[in-house]
Every structure is written in C-alpha cells, then in structure tokens.
Design a protein around this ligand. Structure first.
Ligand code: COA
Length: 389
C-alpha cells in the first residue's frame, strides 16, 4: 500500500474552541463559509464534489444521518457526504479518506469538516458520551473513564521513568504557553508546573491541568488534486503521506500499555514513501488529550526511545523555539478538544504554519508538518505528513 497521496490542501477554516453559544448547524455553516472564503482564488475553478464529516455526535444531537445536516447547513444539498466516526481520531480518518478520494481521481475537490458540540450536555450524560468510545465490558461498565485509563498509563510510565511526573507538568505548561498565541484556543492562560502538580486530582496521578477540556468547535479543510491546486492558490500545502492503524480496544489486551501500536503502524505507513524523514520536520501536532499522551506519542512516532520523551520535554526541545516544536497551537490541552474536530484542526494548523500565516505562533521557516490523531485510549490512530509545494 502506498502512502503517497497526490492531493493538496488549498483552503482551511476554524471556529474558536471552547464553550460556544452556536449549535451544530450554525457551527457547520460558519466553518464551511470560512474554509470556502480562505481559498485564495475562490472555488470558481471547481465545485465541491465530495464531503467528509468527522463527528462523534456527542450528546446524541443527531445520532443518524448527520451528513444531511451538514449538506443543508453548508448549502450543498446533493453532494455526497460521508460521515466518519472513529472516536477522537474521526478527523484524521476523514482527512485520509478525502485525500484518498482526491488522490484516486474520483473527487476533484473535497471538503473535510470536523465538528463537536459538547458543553451543553449535562454532566452525567457527558460522562456517558465520553465513555462510549472505550471498551464497554472491561472499561466503561466497570466505571473506568478516559481520564482513568490515561491515569493508569501515567502511573505505569512514572513507575518506569521516575522523572516523568515533572515532564507531564511541563507538557501542560508548554501547551498552555503555546495557546496564549492562538486566538482560537479555549484557554489563553499561562500556568506553572507548581499549579499543575497542586491541581485537584482527576485520576491519580493526573490532575485537572493534565486533562484536555470539554469543548465545542469545528474545523474544515478543502482538498484538491496536487496538479490542479494552482487553480485555487499559489501556496497549496501538499499531503505527502498518510498512515492509519488500529489496536485492541481495551488497554488490558495490549502487550505494552504505555505504547500505542496503532500510532506506530500509522507512522510507519506515512513515512514509508514520504520525501523526507522525521529529522527534517518543522512542527509536530500530537494528540495530547492527557499530558501522558504527548510523551507516549513522541516515543511511538519515533522522536525518542522509551522514556526519552521525558528529556525532550524537560530540555525544551518540544517548545515552539525548540528542535521539534510540538503542539504550537496549544494542543488539545489548551486549544481544546471538540472530539470530531480535533484531527481537522491539526490539518488547519499545519496548513497555516506551512503557508507562514500563523501570526504570533508562527514557527519560523516552517515547511513540513506531522499530524497525529488518536481515537480513545489508542485503539485507532492516523498520521498525516504535510509539505510546502
Ligand atoms: N484544563 C484546565 N482548566 C480546566 C479544565 C482543563 N482540562 N477543565 C476545566 N477547567 C477549569 C474551567 O475553566 C473552570 O475554571 P473557572 O472556575 O476559572 O471557570 C474550572 O476548571 C471548573 O470547570 P468545570 O467545567 O466545572 O470542570 P469539570 O470538573 O466539570 O471538568 C474535567 C474537568 C477534567 C473532568 C473535564 O474537563 C474532562 O472530562 N476532561 C477530559 C475530556 C475527555 O476525556 N476527552 C476525551 C479524551 S480521550
């Protein structure tokens, strides 16, 4: 199977993440309008002929046929819309499906939209909807939440690597610092390591500031064939590799819980035919739903040996000014994590960074980005590689 995809992102839109007054329809309309308006030469060069919608449908706002709601809201009734649901990795999988549709020649212009509306769901129901993507028998019905699963992984990781608690705190501090420069971020507030360590415990050893928040928001990207991208913009961002993988749903069924085989498979596939290797990446967006997830991701993606993410984090290598800037938009931790929108939001960040349009949070000279999106506690994952033309 080839990872090379002759497709390019030519436009992207993003709403603010956080507690928003708008409902799902308004968010869908707003983000599609923004994505369309962002295409430099407009969409007169071709009409959207395929749409991919990533959403869990949190709270059950439209359990079935959410695709039709998107078509109506975006004013594109008649165009085929495919809904993609792979928990928190829905966005990454939708992006890959759209890139494949364009890369295979079946679509000439595809739209990927990620959406979640989470904050208006009452607390008990919220816990239920967060839990539905975990293993039902061994995890959810036994009372284990996602924070609980990641808390167990963090405890195991800290037992193996005693400096890790400090590094987990630093992940939160760094991502909150990065979020300060992102106008779309849910939290634009600096925090300290001391505050992270002293925060109320959510799932020992993880505290409130080790967790991503509950968020509303949407993101969208427009994808064209690479050889036609110039009809839409002089600065397309090419999708030069995609990879995806799966794993056992329950953590107990995996041989090593502190490493995600799905991420490793996705990264191997994405890099197999990519025109560059890890060393030449300019920025990395990883799925930091809990601080431990960022350390695990850095190791599974091949940036460090087991335990090596602790040093990379503590020595500043993953800061915006470091060797490998990680989550320069604030990550899930500070930008927010509206489940279906997250993978598409990462593509938005890669797009604006590689086009040097990220403003205050711009990584100087950014040319190549890696996007890493995880479903649940690691049962599904995608990796996407972006590069300047
Ligand atoms: N990081 C930083 N601050 C947070 C926060 C977070 N993750 N979550 C909430 N807060 C802040 C709120 O802004 C609020 O601050 P304020 O009092 O200054 O207004 C305060 O904490 C209380 O907010 P509230 O919404 O009542 O918190 P909560 O206790 O209901 O929820 C969590 C906190 C961590 C349980 C919730 O955010 C959560 O479940 N996160 C994980 C979501 C998840 O599992 N996603 C899927 C990942 S796989």
């Amino acid at each position: 199977m080839t990872a090379r995809v002759p497709a390019a992102i030519v436009g992207a839109g993003h709403t603010r993440f956080g507690g928003l007054a708008d409902g799902p329809r308004a968010l869908l309309k707003s983000v599609v309008d923004r994505a369309r308006a962002s295409v430099d030469r407009g969409l007169s060069g071709g009409g959207i002929d395929a749409v991919f919608l990533a959403t869990l449908g949190f709270g059950g706002w439209q359990i079935g046929n959410a695709s039709a709601v998107l078509a109506e809201a975006a004013g594109i009734v008649g165009v085929p819309v495919t809904r993609v649901e792979n928990a928190c990795a829905s966005g990454g999988y939708a992006l890959r499906a759209a890139a494949d549709a364009v890369g295979s020649g079946r679509s000439k212009l595809a739209l990927v939209v990620g959406l979640e509306k989470m904050t208006d769901v009452p607390n008990a129901r919220r816990r239920y909807w967060l839990g539905v993507s975990g293993d039902t028998e061994w995890e959810r019905l036994s009372g284990l939440t996602f924070a609980g699963v990641y808390g167990l992984l963090a405890a195991r990781y800290i037992a193996d690597h005693p400096d890790a608690r400090e590094a987990l705190a630093e992940v939160a501090v760094k991502n909150h610092r990065h979020g300060l420069a992102n106008p779309n971020a849910q939290f634009r507030k600096a925090i300290t390591r001391e505050a992270v360590l002293a925060a109320p415990k959510v799932a020992d050893p993880l505290g409130l500031l080790d967790c991503c928040p509950v968020s509303d928001g949407a993101a969208a990207v427009v994808i064209a064939p690479s050889d036609e991208a110039h009809r839409y913009t002089d600065t397309p961002v090419h999708i030069v590799g995609t990879g995806a993988g799966s794993d056992h749903l329950a953590v107990q069924d995996r041989p090593d819980p502190t490493h995600f085989a799905a991420t490793r498979r996705a990264a191997d596939e994405a890099f197999r035919h990519a025109p560059f290797d890890r060393r030449s990446l300019s920025l990395i967006e990883v799925h930091d739903c809990f601080t431990i997830a960022e350390l695990i991701a850095l190791e599974d993606l091949g940036f460090a040996e087991p335990g090596g993410a602790v040093r990379l984090t503590l020595d500043g290598s993953t800061a915006r000014t470091g060797r490998w800037p990680v989550n320069v938009d604030g990550g899930l931790k500070a930008k927010g994590h509206p489940i279906g929108a997250t993978g598409v939001s990462q593509a938005y960040e890669g797009f604006v960074q590689v086009r040097a349009q990220a403003g205050e949070r711009q990584v100087p000279g950014a040319e190549r980005a890696l996007l890493h999106n995880v479903g649940g506690s690691g049962a599904s994952a995608t990796v996407t590689l972006l590069a300047r033309g």
